[in-house]
Design a protein around this ligand. Structure first.
Ligand SMILES: Cc1cc2nc3c(=O)[nH]c(=O)nc-3n(C[C@H](O)[C@H](O)[C@H](O)COP(=O)(O)OP(=O)(O)OC[C@H]3O[C@@H](n4cnc5c(N)ncnc54)[C@H](O)[C@@H]3O)c2cc1C
Length: 271
């Protein structure tokens, strides 16, 4: 898709080989969404975006097993992480863009530290480092307009604690398809009608993304304290693991924490 033209009664999508007219468009084109830009919904991201550097290092499976146990993701509080794939080890580091100045140097320091810890030289095996922008969810953003809806990363639907967005991309895609079908049925592509998409997304996962944001703000803003609490309270640590695994919602986790230790964790809900 090279261009999109919005007019009063249709949308035209221009590709290198053709032009297509439709009554509306669903923008599922990721963080650098052309649909968001061309529709005027968003010309650029604000500060609510993170930068993630990531590389895949080719390694023998035996060496990978020495580095990270199979089926395990090593997640270091505040962004860096590492997980095994067949014949490759994926290493990444990310954080809010405002804190990622000198990110390449930061990334290489992390790889060096991991190399020393694992006693495997990962640094010399790096052939390429990819940088990706990942929006941080849990804030109200404009995600629709006349004849247009944004989903997934284009809409900024990403867990701001773990930077995971696959679930939200699929869920918002489902909701967008449902609302688009309703719009066709009613021949109504107005901003007001398509606002039903925003409401449905909010009902499905909006409050959880907001709870994740409050949790991320507390946890990343008080790293030492958070780690101390998780280390000293086994039950809370297990609940935390349930949450990052997706078996418990952030909203329920925050509530659970508040009930367990009201004074400390009032901060979780107040943000
Ligand atoms: C390194 C990294 C690791 C991640 N790991 C995880 C994880 O473990 N779990 C998790 O839940 N999330 C993870 N995420 C986040 C997750 O990948 C995204 O949230 C998710 O892929 C968003 O899906 P999407 O469909 O909205 O966007 P995307 O997956 O970005 O898909 C957008 C699609 O649109 C296409 N496109 C864009 N522009 C155009 C155009 N002009 N014309 C035609 N096509 C276009 C792109 O080629 C792409 O195929 C990770 C992200 C990164 C960067």
């Amino acid at each position: 898709m090279k261009d999109i033209k919005f007019s009063k009664d249709h949308v035209e999508v221009v590709t290198p080989i053709n032009r297509y007219q439709a009554r509306m468009i669903v923008g599922s084109d990721g963080v650098n969404s052309v649909v968001a830009r061309k529709s005027g919904i968003r010309t650029r991201w604000g500060s609510d975006i993170s930068l993630c550097l990531e590389t895949e290092v080719e390694l023998d499976d035996a060496l990978i097993a020495e580095c990270v146990e199979a089926g395990t993701l090593e997640f270091y509080f505040r962004g860096p992480g590492m997980f095994p794939k067949r014949g490759r080890l994926s290493v990444g580091l990310g954080g809010p863009i405002s804190q990622m100045r000198g990110s390449r140097k930061m990334f290489m320091s992390f790889v060096k530290a991991i190399s020393l810890q694992k006693k495997i030289n990962l640094t010399d095996r790096i052939t390429r480092i990819n940088s990706n922008l990942i929006p941080l969810g849990g804030v109200n953003r404009k995600i629709h307009d006349e004849r247009v809806i944004l989903t997934g990363d284009a809409a900024g639907f990403v867990d701001p604690f773990l930077a995971e967005g696959l679930y939200y991309a699929i869920k918002s895609g489902e909701i967008a398809a449902y609302i688009a079908a309703l719009a066709v049925e009613n021949n109504n592509f107005s901003r007001e009608f398509l606002a039903g998409y925003v409401t449905k997304c909010d009902d499905a996962f909006g409050s959880d993304l907001k709870a994740a944001r409050r949790f991320a703000k507390f946890a990343y803003g008080n790293i030492d304290r958070s780690l101390k609490i998780l280390r000293s309270d086994k039950q809370m640590f297990l609940k935390y693991l349930e949450t990052v695994r997706g078996d418990m919602t952030y909203a329920d986790f925050n509530k659970w924490c508040v009930l367990r230790s009201p004074v400390t964790f009032l901060k979780l809900i107040s943000g």
